[in-house]
Ligand binder design. Structure first.
Ligand SMILES: NC(=O)c1ccc[n+]([C@@H]2O[C@H](COP(=O)([O-])OP(=O)(O)OC[C@H]3O[C@@H](n4cnc5c(N)ncnc54)[C@H](O)[C@@H]3O)[C@@H](O)[C@H]2O)c1
Length: 327
């Protein structure tokens, strides 16, 4: 069914060249997945090791060169096939090559199914700063095939689940009440309806504010601190997954929501207990904490050196708040 949607798109748009920017691991696991496209178009695979350090300008230049050498034009299609890392690189290439070619996302991680593949943001890192270069460029289609979750390592399910928690906390109390009852997180316990709910919620927000000037920023709950944690780890040459950093970010930003906002202490404690059941807490030294505070001041949401945090007013309702750097 999912494949038919993609085939229809290719045929109806008379696309004859397709580049599939893929995660090399996923390609090995599902070598025949795109065979059906080869009957209607010339298909090239560009495989990338899906590591955060490869989300850089070199991967983008590699893609541009490939498309140029293979004489791709504005009616050619780029398919991203992998998790958020691949989505971000492919989106950036598709958005900029000849000022934009067709883009279809086929996400293979929970995180990319509910988040990275939707909403048109793409990005690469510069120095240690995450996603600081990028564009807004909507995919023509997103094909969500949950079969891919079956071979996804459990730590990656956990990674994506952090974004699911975020959606529940900022916009869907019913979802939060369902998530709270989960005793184990694995592909079998992920209800496909939760995936649909998360996508629907994200797209409603994106439709109102594609360019992330106001309301879309609530999707960043947990990410101001989460991105700062990722940067701290990158500078120390240590690994941390995006979702894990976001889970920790949600804990800190829920604390701020209680301390500086109106979130009842009981809600903050519920959130903390739930998250720490599945994600091991991180320990920070004093100098880590002051580095994290500085990195929060570099966040893309900030304006005129005023730091923007997303805080929870209650479970299921988030708001944007501004603090001066000394508060
Ligand atoms: N553009 C956006 O809107 C957006 C939103 C959220 C996150 N992101 C970005 O997404 C990135 C993280 O993405 P991610 O968490 O999806 O991780 P990822 O793409 O780095 O993949 C994680 C791991 O899972 C493997 N993998 C992927 N699919 C698999 C499958 N089906 N079976 C087995 N292994 C598989 C990959 O090879 C990799 O080792 C970060 O760079 C983050 O900044 C972007």
């Amino acid at each position: 069914m999912k494949k038919i949607q993609l085939l229809d798109f290719v045929v109806s748009h008379q696309i004859n060249k397709i580049a599939i920017l893929c995660d090399e691991k996923v390609w090995k696991l599902y070598p025949d997945y795109f065979n059906f496209l080869q009957e209607v178009a010339t298909v090239h695979f560009i495989s990338i090791d899906a590591k955060e350090k490869n989300k850089d300008i070199e991967s983008v230049v590699f893609g541009w060169n490939f498309l140029l050498e293979q004489k791709f034009d504005r009616n050619s299609l780029m398919i991203s096939w992998g998790g958020g890392t691949i989505c971000d690189i492919a989106g950036m290439i598709a958005a900029t090559f000849m000022r934009g070619i067709w883009l279809v996302n086929v996400p293979t991680t929970l995180l990319s199914m509910i988040d990275a593949a939707h909403g048109g943001k793409n990005g690469i890192n510069l120095k240690y700063q995450k996603n600081v270069i990028g564009t807004f460029y909507l995919p023509e289609k997103v094909i969500v095939d949950t079969e891919f979750l079956k071979k996804l390592p459990n730590k990656e399910i956990l990674n994506g689940f952090a974004e699911m928690i975020k959606y529940a906390l900022i916009g869907n109390k019913t979802l939060w009440n369902e998530l709270k009852n989960i005793t184990e997180i694995n592909y079998k316990t992920i209800n496909p309806n939760w995936i649909d709910d998360a996508i629907e919620f994200k797209m409603k927000i994106v439709e109102k504010d594609l360019h992330d000037n106001e309301i879309r920023q609530i999707l960043n709950f947990g990410h101001t601190v989460g991105h700062a944690i990722e940067r701290l780890f990158a500078e120390k040459k240590r690994n941390i997954s995006h979702g894990y950093a976001v889970a920790m970010g949600i804990c800190y930003e829920s604390y701020i929501s209680w301390k500086k906002g109106n979130l009842p202490m009981k809600c903050y404690k519920d959130i903390l207990h739930f998250i720490l059941r599945f994600y091991k807490p991180l320990n920070f030294t004093k100098s880590d904490i002051s580095a994290l505070a500085n990195y929060c001041c570099d966040d893309k949401k900030n304006k005129n050196e005023i730091v923007r945090f997303i805080i929870l007013e209650e479970i299921g309702k988030a708001t944007i708040t501004e603090y001066t750097q000394n508060s």
